[in-house]
Design a protein around this ligand. Structure first.
Ligand code: CUA
Length: 310
């Protein structure tokens, strides 16, 4: 599937399609009014232009029927858009008794993390089974964010101390972009995520694989594992291999199997990871990831260790 030029105009979900439809109705209505007014202005400018010494034209004040028409037309358009908006909101939003959320999504400056039934955790990418509607629970670890999987559903604020719920659905398997839609600090623009919609069988397999602890470090990655613990990385990053309760940064248990780094700034390759470890702030100014003065050897062993966490 090739990526559409304007993804928000290419809904891939029965939850997003009515929103795009409403956008078109609003846009076309607005365009109609714009054209009507423009043509009328041009016509009247030409028709009643100044033609030499004609003197002052007759002055007209008030015309009840015409004013009623203007008011009535504007009111009708507003009522129509209001009614459509209420209907679309009802189609895309879960009712309060929609059941128990399957996936919990946590927003933090500046990444998204998801927790699944069975203990799997992912960051930067949210896995869902295609062809079925899922209820998400959304929470924030710091400030107000806004979760927006634009081809798969509506957007919703993610507020500290509050649990908001959102339906999400993808018609077909695929990778769909999403973004934070509310300014939440320096790196708001790089608070991206992808939704990975899989066939139900692949999703179940992924859930089971991701719920497992990472494999023990092989001989060639043990240097990196020791360094990871010595530098205090587990204080911020939870990981099944390292003791620690980190919640500030993304869980790294299966880091090597992810597609994105640093909230979507970089794709996850050893080369990019080295760049990130050498100076995170150069890649993503304002990031909460500290800048450690690491030697080239240390960067290399950390990279080997982390990328091996499949
Ligand atoms: Cu999070 Cu903007």
């Amino acid at each position: 599937m090739s990526a559409p030029t304007f993804p928000i105009m290419a809904p891939a979900s029965p939850l997003a399609a009515p929103i795009t439809g409403l956008m078109w109705v609003t846009l076309l209505l607005g365009l109609g009014v714009f054209l009507l007014v423009t043509v009328a202005v041009l016509y009247f400018v030409r028709r009643y232009r100044h033609r030499g010494a004609a003197g002052e034209p007759p002055q007209v004040f008030g015309n009840a029927p015409e004013e009623l028409i203007w008011l009535g037309a504007a009111t009708l358009i507003l009522v129509l858009l209001f009614g459509l908006s209420v209907r679309v909101a009802a189609q895309s939003s879960p009712p309060t008794d929609a059941g128990t959320p399957e996936i919990t999504v946590t927003a933090r400056q500046w990444f998204w993390q998801a927790r699944y039934p069975g203990g799997a955790v992912s960051a930067g990418e949210i896995h869902i089974p295609a062809g079925r509607r899922l209820l998400l629970d959304l929470e924030s670890g710091d400030v107000i964010h806004d979760f927006w999987p634009y081809r798969l559903g509506r957007k919703i604020d993610v507020i500290p101390g509050q649990h908001n719920r959102l339906w999400i659905q993808a018609d077909r398997p695929g990778v769909y972009q999403g973004a934070c839609a509310e300014y939440c600090g320096t790196q708001h623009a790089w608070m991206r995520f992808v939704v990975v919609a899989q066939t139900p069988a692949n999703y179940r397999a992924w859930l089971a694989r991701t719920a497992l602890p990472a494999a023990s470090p092989a001989a060639e990655t043990q240097d990196g594992a020791r360094l990871y613990a010595r530098l205090g990385c587990p204080v911020c990053h939870a990981m099944s291999q390292a003791s620690g309760v980190g919640k500030v940064g993304p869980d790294l248990t299966h880091f090597g199997s992810r597609s994105l780094l640093a909230g979507g700034v970089l794709s996850n390759t050893p080369q990019h990871l080295r760049r990130w470890l050498i100076n995170p702030d150069a890649v993503k100014p304002g990031t909460l990831m500290p800048h450690y003065p690491l030697t080239a050897t240390e960067v290399a062993s950390l990279t080997r260790y982390l990328e091996a966490l499949k």
